[in-house]
Design a protein around this ligand. Structure first.
Ligand code: NAI
Length: 420
């Protein structure tokens, strides 16, 4: 009998036949959804021999919903994600006029999914633009609810814009707006609460998986009270809530000041040898360079919304790009989570059995990890890795691989099932 996933005492309670709502998605959703579901179901069957099984519950959103119901985001769909806690979605068409942007945003805001989680791992054989992609093993925690994405913007020429500028110039004495007559204005809220819950989730993730470090990526050198505060709050939280489990960069600096660099290095080395996690920070522009040149130095990345947007796509490109990059939006305090293919609907190749199902497939593996079915998740990743090593891949990869066998979406997933 199918059952609901629930959340109590800070933990997901997962029955053996959980109902999981899904949005197939528009465009290539029709290709990649069935291909992926086949692999997940086979992996779960293989891992648990029939003792566990997902009951998939189709819900509508996007163009498919609009055609059937006249609504881009039917209320039942939102309710299903609330009722069943954990869900997954394919890509959705953005209608002209922008209704659906509020759809993705509505899901994130209504469920307060404050972490956008993007693992970045290399699969041997995947075409990559960098020299040593095998050194890339990172996981990005992007803050999902604040920053310039809060949408507090005032277009120049509007009365609202004038009101904000009058306040800034006349009441706050701001003199730094270069062209006050023609400036649009955007507001960047970054809170202590929002920063702390993000950094807390990132450190906990690193601890649970015994990962070596968490890097706070920011532009605190320029935006001191938003980006800089994010870094400071992050370090404070690490030192108070995770005392004894982490070693922070400010601690290294303090020891260096008191006893010299060698002593600081010794203490740090000993702490890391004991299994403590290194908490460090990096300025966003330097990070983008260093992550390319010294990928091995980074593991978990915690960052604000806009930096996270850029970083997610830049790192994804290092290990194969959007056809294969998975993602999830999660609230670790309530359990709500929606996993998703990170690319769009790819309308030109939709319905042609060409698309790479990798992004959705790996997002499903993240979902399996999230509900604690890690054996099945590992099977999905391993089998996909084997299909790639054997050079049996979809068109987007085959064109850059010597001697590859080009497979359709369905045939690629059949091959993965064979490799399970
Ligand atoms: P896109 O991601 O759909 O396509 C960009 C390029 O990547 C295209 O050349 C496409 O063919 C290719 N591509 C994407 N996914 C692929 C896959 N799985 N396998 C092989 N090739 C793949 O981005 P685009 O063209 O900007 O957007 C198309 C539509 O998707 C728009 O309506 C957009 O608003 C929507 N979109 C929805 C998102 C979501 O629901 N999360 C995210 C991004 C875009």
């Amino acid at each position: 009998m199918s059952q609901k996933i629930t959340f109590s005492n800070g933990k997901l309670q997962v029955p053996s036949n959980p109902v999981i709502p899904y949005i197939q998605g528009d465009g290539i959703g029709v290709d990649i959804w069935p291909a992926s579901q086949q692999v997940w179901d086979a992996a779960v069957e293989k891992a648990y021999k029939g003792e566990r099984k997902i009951e998939w519950k189709a819900v509508l959103a996007g163009e498919a919903a609009f055609i059937k119901t006249g609504e881009w985001m039917p209320a039942e769909t939102m309710q299903a994600f609330k009722d069943y806690l954990v869900g997954i979605k394919g890509p959705l068409t953005t209608p002209v006029g922008g209704g659906i942007r509020s759809l993705n945003v509505a899901l994130r805001q209504d469920l307060d999914l404050f972490v956008c989680l993007r693992p970045v791992n290399y699969f041997e054989g995947v075409p990559s633009p960098i020299k040593k992609p095998e050194l890339v093993d990172m996981c990005i925690f992007r803050e999902n609810t604040e920053d310039i994405y809060a949408g507090i913007e005032y277009m120049t020429g509007t009365p609202e814009n004038q009101k904000v500028k009058d306040f800034l110039i006349n009441e706050m004495g701001v003199k730094k707006i270069r062209f006050p007559e023609s400036s649009s204005i955007g507001i960047k809220p970054v809170s202590k609460d929002g920063s702390e819950r993000l950094v807390r989730a990132a450190i906990q993730y690193a601890l649970d998986r015994k990962l070596p470090s968490v890097t706070l990526v920011h532009k605190g050198n320029i935006m001191k009270f938003t980006e800089g505060a994010f870094k400071n709050w992050g370090y404070e939280l690490a030192e108070t809530e995770f005392a004894g489990k982490v070693f922070t960069w400010p601690t290294w600096e303090k020891i260096k000041k008191e006893k010299g660099e060698e002593a600081a290095n010794e203490v740090m080395k000993a702490a890391l040898a004991e299994g403590k996690i290194l908490i460090k920070d990096s300025i966003a522009d330097a990070f983008l360079q260093d992550s390319l040149l010294h990928s091995e130095q980074f593991s978990v990345i915690a960052t604000l919304n806009l930096n996270g947007d850029y970083i997610s796509d830049a790192l994804a490109a290092m290990v194969g790009g959007i056809g294969i990059a998975p993602g999830g939006n999660i609230n670790y305090n309530t359990g709500y989570a929606i996993f998703e293919a990170t690319h769009g609907t790819a309308p030109k190749i939709a319905g042609k059995n060409i698309a790479n199902p990798g992004s959705l497939l790996l997002s499903g593996a993240m979902l399996l990890d999230y509900i604690g079915w890690t054996e099945a998740a590992d099977l999905v990743r391993e089998a996909m890795g084997k299909a790639i090593i054997h050079k049996t891949v979809t068109q987007d990869f085959a064109q850059f691989m010597d001697g590859a066998t080009e497979l359709g979406t369905k045939e690629f997933s059949n091959e993965i099932v064979k490799q399970l």
